[in-house]
Write a protein that binds this ligand. Sequence first.
Ligand code: NAD
Length: 408
Amino acid sequence: PKKIKVLNPVVELDGDEMTRVIWQDIKDRFIFPYLDIDLKYYDLGLPYRDQTNNTVVHEAAEAIKKYSVGIKCATITATPARVKEFALKELWPSPNIAVRSVIGGTIFREPVIIPRVPRYVQGWRKPIVIGRHAFGDHSKAKERVIDGAGKLEMVFTPKGGKPETIEVYDYPEDGGVGLTMYNTTRSITEFAHSCFKYALSKKMPLYLSTKNTVLKEYDGHFKRLFDELYQSEYVAQYEAVGIAYEHRLIDDMVAYMIKSEGGMVLAFKNYDGDIQSDIVAQGFGSLGLMTSILVSPDGRTFFTEAAHGTVTRHYRQHLEGKETSTNPIASIFAWTRGLMKRGELDGTPELVSFADQVEKACIDTIEVDGIMTKDLADACKGTETWVVTRVYMDAVDKRLRGLLAEGN
Ligand code: NAD
């Protein structure tokens, strides 16, 4: 068949261990045979990061900024144990954090829904997408244990102005604890833009949830900025596609989330998002079905990956020559979600529809053929049998050929 021409380059970031093995297989089966694509390849595998003193990570991040779409395989985050295992020169920082610091923006986590695979929360029939504001608040707080009696104050000194003292607490003899945290109008505004743009592209309603009844000023600022932006820039676009934005108190929001059938984007502050994204991931079941996309504030740069790691346990078995039953779906969807964005940016619907067919092939193989990896069969609690990754990939391959033949 004639290959689809991808008009602009895509940045590919290779990774480590089991996911690196699967990554190559995905390209050989679903990318190279069908696409005429200029991949800007960066090897983010730990050995090459070490060899280049981590510069490859920064080059890759700059390339994503330049070309707008980056697709990443899972990578090892260095730890003291990994420093030993790989005889690393240094304990290199996480590549994900480096990429995020260049691109900015917000990470959205979205589960892949397969009706045949039951969810822990059975009512969830559509994805719940979590956007977490990954800046400030608790992660930048200054905190301390207060040992004895005394007064805690917060002092703000305006540039060129007089210090302003806010009394926090007068501690008794046995002291206690205290903390100060902050965020910036700029970061919250960028977070809001990423959320508004992403929910709009998914045609799903957006909810910001905070506890502004308690933190009237702090969380109130988040709410006010979101409200103002919605009114000034997004309301007409939202109404045009039949969705809306709303603020909800976080306690109402989580109760509503559990009862709902899904199908919404939820924007959370840093700490809330950390917790809620794990609750949602667990509620949907397998880690192998959780995808992740970083969206820049201007909504024009995208960075996709699986939300899981390199599946080290399976890689050890692979090295012993054993076949593993590793779920490749989140890694495949890193490719398809990235290619969809490439197609949207370039105005090439044939690329978007190809990516869509690959996703459909992955889902139908499970839903219709009942062919799945062990993690999903386990979620089905014994009602399904499982196959190794290669057998699942063969079945997806076959389905994809069928779908593409139908379309032609
Ligand atoms: P992991 O996600 O690789 O595995 C966690 C658990 O989930 C394991 O029991 C694993 O068997 C299971 N699992 C995860 N994905 C699966 C899949 N696709 N199919 C079947 N089972 C799956 O996390 P980990 O074991 O904590 O970490 C392994 C390595 O991955 C570490 O070096 C860590 O630094 C790295 N990591 C990278 C990223 C990333 O690149 N974004 C994220 C998390 C962890």
